[in-house]
Every structure is written in structure tokens, then in C-alpha cells.
Design a binder for this molecule. Structure first.
Ligand code: HEC
Length: 181
């Protein structure tokens, strides 16, 4: 139902619909992209240079949110991981979910659908975020939601697990407010 509402709203506001997905706004420019052909006779992507080798282990494919929920967090939630996760959360998540994780970010305030509270249940959802598995948070970052963009291109899988650890250890323990001071 929420998704339907969103789609209708987007259709009714052409400029917003045009900019979708918002996370790509800055990437869609006239400049030449990596590997893009500059030869009008041969458009499309250039082949990789002959001696290039693929880098192993960087892509983690996640089928859907259901599959993500079953994933096991491979990164121990030690202080180092939590610190990295906190830094990344500050960059990528605070605009919407806020420093506290309750969804009070400045950008989130302008959204049609408010960012969900990552620390406790609220009027947006009745479930307790402390109860969903680590994979659920990982899946949301990987796949995005109806309004929330995907962070699969911005955060490596390991970085996403660091953010999961931060959400768990700091935000869901109510320590963010103390740290922000
Ligand atoms: C542009 C605003 C925005 C940003 C930035 C954002 N989110 Fe979200 N997030 C949302 C919205 C809105 C929802 C509500 C669900 C939806 O969009 O489908 C949500 C939902 C979620 C959920 C699901 C919560 C639940 O109870 O099921 C998780 C987990 C989440 N976000 C984590 C993150 C993390 C971690 C980051 C940073 C990597 C992040 N979000 C960045 C807007 C955002």
C-alpha cells in the first residue's frame, strides 16, 4: 500500500520522477564515464585492456530481502568494526535516519515516507528493530527500499557489515546520543 502511494506520488510530480533514482543524480552527467567509448562509430562500453584481470571477492549478490535475512554476519562486532561502521553511518545514513538512528535526519524530514526508526518500534512500524536479524539491515543497505536508495555501490559488503555492527552495538543500545556529544 505504501509503495502504491509512492508510485502515484512520483507520477504526479514529473520533476521528482525524472530524477529517480536520486542517488544517481550526480553520476548522470555529460562527462565521459570510465570505459565509455569516445568513438561515435563504436558506441557502448570499450573492452577492458588486454591484460586486465578481474578482482576476486568484491561482488556479493543478494537475491532479495528474504535471502538477505538469512545471511550470517561474517564480521565480528569488535570495537574496530564498530568504529568504522560509525564513521560510515555518519556519512551515509545520518541524513535520513539521524545521528540517533530514530529517523530524525534533516533530509528524511523532507521525504514522503519518513525514514524508519532503526532503534525501536514507532508509528511507522510495529516491530522491534532489535529483533530482526543482522541480514535484514545488510539487505536494506544492499537492495534499498521503496524510498531508501541502495548502498551496494557506495559500501563494500564488509563496510555494510561494519555499519550493521554499529547499528547493533551503538544505536540500538542508545549510546549514539552520548557519542555525539
Ligand atoms: C534518503 C534517505 C535514507 C538514507 C540516506 C538511508 N535510509 Fe534507510 N530507510 C529510509 C526510508 C524512507 C526507509 C523506510 C523503508 C523504505 O524506504 O522502503 C528506510 C528503511 C531502512 C531500514 C529498514 C528498517 C526496518 O525496520 O525494516 C533499514 C535497516 C535502514 N533503512 C538502514 C539504513 C542504513 C544502514 C543506511 C545507511 C547506509 C540508510 N538506511 C540510509 C531512508 C533512508
Amino acid at each position: 500500500m505504501k509503495n502504491l502511494f509512492l508510485i502515484i506520488s512520483l507520477l504526479l510530480s514529473p520533476s521528482m520522477a525524472h530524477a529517480w533514482p536520486w542517488s544517481m543524480d550526480m553520476a548522470n552527467q555529460v562527462s565521459i564515464k570510465p570505459q565509455e567509448s569516445v568513438d561515435p562509430a563504436n558506441p557502448g562500453m570499450r573492452p577492458f585492456p588486454s591484460r586486465s584481470v578481474p578482482v576476486a571477492g568484491t561482488t556479493v549478490r543478494v537475491k532479495d530481502q528474504e535471502a538477505a535475512r538469512n545471511m550470517v554476519n561474517p564480521v565480528p562486532a569488535d570495537s574496530k568494526s564498530v568504529a568504522i561502521g560509525g564513521r560510515l553511518y555518519g556519512i551515509y545514513c545520518t541524513p535520513c535516519h539521524g545521528e540517533s538512528g530514530t529517523g530524525d535526519g534533516l533530509v528524511g524530514a523532507k521525504l514522503i515516507m519518513k525514514p524508519w526508526n532503526l532503534t525501536s518500534s514507532n508509528e511507522m512500524h510495529s516491530w522491534n528493530p532489535k529483533e530482526y536479524p543482522d541480514g535484514h539491515i545488510f539487505g536494506y543497505m544492499t537492495l534499498g527500499g521503496a524510498v531508501m536508495p541502495s548502498y551496494a555501490n557506495d559500501l563494500s559488503p564488509t563496510e555494510r557489515w561494519h555499519v550493521v555492527n554499529y547499528v547493533r552495538k551503538v544505536l540500538q543500545n542508545g549510546q549514539a546520543a552520548a557519542l555525539a556529544k
